[in-house]
Design a protein around this ligand. Structure first.
Ligand code: PHE
Ligand code: ZN
Length: 888
């Protein structure tokens, strides 16, 4: 942990220079002990021919490590011959002058049990594990800890066989034995050169679940999932998802797995979701363990997606890695795109697309519109941990998706083939990726590349005019991007606009642009926008069309359609593009919420909108629609989404408007919602597949609506469902509903749930978070009480994310209580956590990032808490950087 008194340094992309020395091979010897783990590292180093020359000191990173011994080419160096700080160890170039190859051997000692930041080597319960991305390896040993240094690793681990019968590292196990004193050792060898951030070590008493996979070239790969004893029966879904991922990457991208062994370890204490270490993925247990009575449908979907994500990194991240951390989107954006494609293939593609866009809007749009805005490839950072953001990941994926649309599926595949061919075994850049895409397709992508360097969400506004006599439709589109921090002036983007024109009843109309041949005219096509404005004139349009633009959300923009209520309701009823059908409903829902908020302001009684309710009712009744789609269409825009649409946001007014709109929909559609609720009641065995999950999802949306009604037919639905549920999805939906209510059934349910699951940490997280997100006025009080619950601890990230994160990010009304107590609570917890786990502390802080969008009272209260945080000393770089940027 680095403290502010050290004046945090800004690292810049423009200052990149290649390393003066490379590492060909590294031999690690790690003797485990909770307080005194010995780490000896022997580095076979070579002068980098590509380096500029000049200062050829050997600089090794090493954060807070004692140097117990140092040998260069076998000669022990004395402290006077080298320079050592708390961050680096430097062997002066003069000592190795004239030599192109040197061997550097260091010895150090670390204390995994004292490592609460969960970076480097730490203990999760009694299991040793590592997290090295981005800068964890430097907390294990002295090393050039940068991704453009790729080495072959040999790792020897020694431990007490009673405590760590399982000892794992990357690659293949090449030896094992017992020492005369009874300790056990194993040796691992990873033949694929890799950067240090992909190193991993796991040692503990773990249960093993095994399977195997035959690759497309007929090689047999052993698949192993390691979990805590007793959890073996919760690994089947993860194993199945792994096998499907391996097959899919062969079929979709021609990528085969390269080692004979693929291991996954589930640990309880982990800052993030999971980590793609070569051949040894380490997962937050939450994204591995599932059985129907402990995991929800959402958990299953996340497990599938994250298993795929980490597996796909083997090619996009590991075989081709990143030159420096500014290139993070090169592996993350592309890998998210790949996992989204995979999940779309495994499930319903339109539903997956809607969910992904919902997440993008909830997390990335606010980032792009606020003080934390940064390009997909940032140009400067203080703490790289702060750049594992929705912009790098999710917007990064959108950029790949746009390329996929612009180049076509085949063109995109040609591009990735060339990229893999050219850069296998290398550390690449975004430029390398774009160049491969461009060259494989003979396309100029120089304007497209701007997406990686220009922050902010473009706003595209559209206006159309229909000329009935000439049978032409003229569509004008214009794009602008507002300034973001450090980028006052913006240039136009190159983007694909997939679109169609439809008649009032949704009939697709032919799309023939002026000057095009008559003939086989498409009804859905991709237009490319490159300039600030474009005019498209469609000919042969024989009735007034409704434009359906950016179908499938073909570019990450905010679209101002210029459409009115009536047109949106028609698109909701009949747009052939399911995404835009959903989108039209959301647009109208937003319009309604804004209107209701306006009415509240002038204290008018809320007006109704029966046409909209009927429109939603028609979606609900449509036999041809997927229940999962219906569930999404019936849900109104979130409070967070509305905050992005208004100035001087008032969380109470937004909450009141949402409640009013939902109550109106519920009472208007009571009969069909009740009928759907009854009809969908699950019969037969639970399956986590998309079809069954979709039915549960729709039924639980119905439950949510019906529970808003003060109606004898509906009052007991949630309590009854809670008692009858045979799976965690239905249990949690009922519990969430009850938790919002004033009824004795609430306390009973929470107590029963706790009683049943008190020994199950993953389920207990759900119990904490459901209470944190309750909209009852006493929610903050409850959360405060829960911080004193014996099962609560600030040491386990999952628990912190469930309770503190659940409240700050998942409770848009009570977190924003007008007295500022919610903000104060969050700031206190961030400061508390900063002392033990700065990365997790910093990840809580963006809950305050929209502070400038709120009404003056809240704005001042949020700002005051941010200032209090920023003025605290000492403070980690992580929290310091976020607080500074939020206040700038
Ligand atoms: N690289 C991991 C992933 O995307 C995320 C991660 C980053 C995990 C940093 C831990 C620490 O899959
Ligand atoms: Zn990733």
């Amino acid at each position: 942990m680095t403290y502010r008194t050290e004046q945090p340094r800004t690292i810049r992309l423009a200052e990149y220079s290649p390393p003066a020395w490379l590492v060909d091979e590294v031999a690690l010897d790690i003797v485990l002990h909770p307080d005194r783990t010995r780490v000896t590292a022997r580095l076979s180093m070579r002068r980098n021919p590509a380096a500029a020359g000049g200062a050829d000191d050997i600089v090794l990173d090493g954060r807070g490590l004692p140097l117990l011994a140092l040998k260069v080419d076998g000669r022990a160096l004395s402290p006077g011959e080298i320079t050592k700080t708390d961050e680096t160890l430097t062997v002066p170039g003069g000592l190795v002058a004239g030599r192109d190859r040197v061997s550097v051997e260091t010895e150090t000692e670390i204390a995994p049990a004292a490592n609460t930041a969960l970076e480097g080597l730490y203990l999760s319960k009694t299991c040793y594990c590592t997290q090295c991305e981005a800068h964890g390896f430097r907390k294990i040993t002295f090393y050039p800890d940068r991704p453009d240094v790729l080495a072959v690793f040999r790792t020897r681990i020694t431990g007490d066989p009673a405590k760590t019968p399982v000892m794992l590292s990357n690659g293949n196990k090449v030896g094992e034995g017992t020492l005369p004193d009874g300790r056990a050792w194993v040796e691992w060898h990873d033949p694929f050169p890799k950067p240090a951030y992909l190193f991993a070590l796991v040692a503990g008493d773990l249960a093993l679940v095994e399977d195997s996979f035959t690759t497309m070239s007929g090689r047999e790969v052993a698949l192993q999932i390691y979990v805590e004893h007793g959890n073996e029966d919760r690994t089947a879904y993860a194993m199945d998802a792994l096998k499907r991922s391996m097959r899919w990457d062969e079929e979709a991208y021609g990528r085969e797995y390269d080692l004979d062994l693929f291991m996954i370890v589930a640990v309880s204490d982990f800052n993030m979701g999971a980590m793609e270490n070569k051949g040894l993925n380490i997962f937050n247990a939450k994204y591995i363990l599932a059985k129907p009575d402990t995991a929800t449908d959402l958990d299953y979907a996340l497990i599938e997606g994250i298993i795929a994500h980490e597996y796909f990194h083997n090619w996009t991240g590991n075989r081709v890695t990143c030159r420096d951390w500014f290139q993070l989107c090169l592996k993350e954006g592309l890998t998210v795109f790949r996992d989204q494609q995979f999940s779309a293939d495994m499930r319903s593609a339109p539903v997956k697309r809607i969910e992904d866009v919902r997440a993008l809007r909830a997390r990335q749009f606010p980032e792009d519109a606020g003080p934390l805005a940064h390009p997909v490839r940032p140009e400067a950072y203080i703490e790289i941990n702060n750049f594992y953001t929705a912009t790098v990941y999710e917007k990064g994926s959108e950029l790949c998706r746009m390329l996929h649309l612009l180049l076509g599926a085949e063109g995109f595949r040609k591009g990735t083939d060339l990229y893999f061919d050219r850069h296998d075994g290398e550390a690449a850049t975004v430029e390398d990726f774009i160049a491969a895409m461009a060259e494989a397709n003979g396309r100029d992508l120089s304007q497209f590349a701007r997406w990686y360097s220009q922050a902010g969400t473009p706003v595209v506004s559209a206006a159309g005019t229909y000329d009935a006599d000439a049978r032409t439709y003229t569509l004008d589109v214009r794009q602008t991007t507002r300034p973001t921090p450090g980028q006052p002036a913006k240039s136009p983007m190159h983007m694909p606009m997939r679109m169609g024109l439809v008649g009032e009843d949704g009939t697709p109309l032919p799309l023939r642009l002026q000057g095009e041949e008559q003939g086989d005219t498409p009804t859905d096509r991709v237009l490319e926008l490159t300039g600030e404005s474009h005019r498209f004139v469609f000919e042969g349009v024989d009735r007034r069309p409704i434009p359906s633009l950016f179908r499938g959300f073909s570019a990450p923009v905010r679209l101002e359609t210029g459409l009115g209520e009536a047109e949106d309701l028609k698109l909701l009823a009949a747009d052939p593009d399911p995404f835009n059908r959903w989108e039209a409903g959301q647009r109208h829902g937003r319009r309604r919420l804004l209107a209701l908020m306006g009415e509240a302001l002038v204290q008018k009684p809320f007006s109704g909108d029966p046409d909209f309710c009927e429109g939603l009712g028609a979606v609900l009744a449509d036999e041809a629609l997927d229940p999962a789609f219906k569930a999404l269409a019936l849900q109104m825009p979130t409070a967070h989404a509305i905050v992005q649409e208004v100035t001087d946001a008032d969380p109470d007014a937004i909450f009141a408007a949402r409640q009013a709109l939902q109550a109106e929909i519920a009472s208007h559609l009571k009969a069909p919602l009740l009928a759907a609720y009854e009809r969908l009641s699950g019969a037969g065995d639970y399956s986590p597949d998309a079809a069954d999950a979709g039915r549960r999802s729709l039924r639980n949306v119905a439950l949510h609506y019906l529970s808003l009604l003060d109606d004898p037919d509906c009052r007991d639905l949630a309590a009854d469902q809670f008692r009858a549920a045979d799976n965690m999805t239905d249990t949690m939906a009922a519990l969430a509903t009850l938790t919002n209510m004033e009824t004795p059934a609430r306390e009973e349910a929470l107590a029963a749930f706790y009683d049943r699951f008190k020994d199950d940490e993953l389920v207990l997280d759900k119990w904490f978070s459901v209470q944190a997100t309750s909209w009852r006025p006493d929610a903050l009080q409850q959360v405060q009480t829960l911080t004193g619950h014996p099962a609560f601890t600030m040491r386990v990230p999952n628990r912190v994310y469930a309770l503190i994160g659940g409240f700050a990010s998942g409770n848009p009304v009570r977190f924003h209580g007008s007295d500022g107590a919610g903000y104060r609570f969050l700031a206190d917890r961030v400061l508390m956590l900063d002392k033990t786990n700065p990365m997790v502390a910093a990840r809580l802080l963006p809950a305050l990032s929209a502070w400038k969008r709120y009404e003056p009272g809240r704005r001042a209260l949020m700002k005051a808490e941010l200032e209090r945080i920023a003025a605290t000393e000492p403070l980690s770089k992580d929290v310091y950087e976020i607080a500074q940027r939020l206040l700038a």
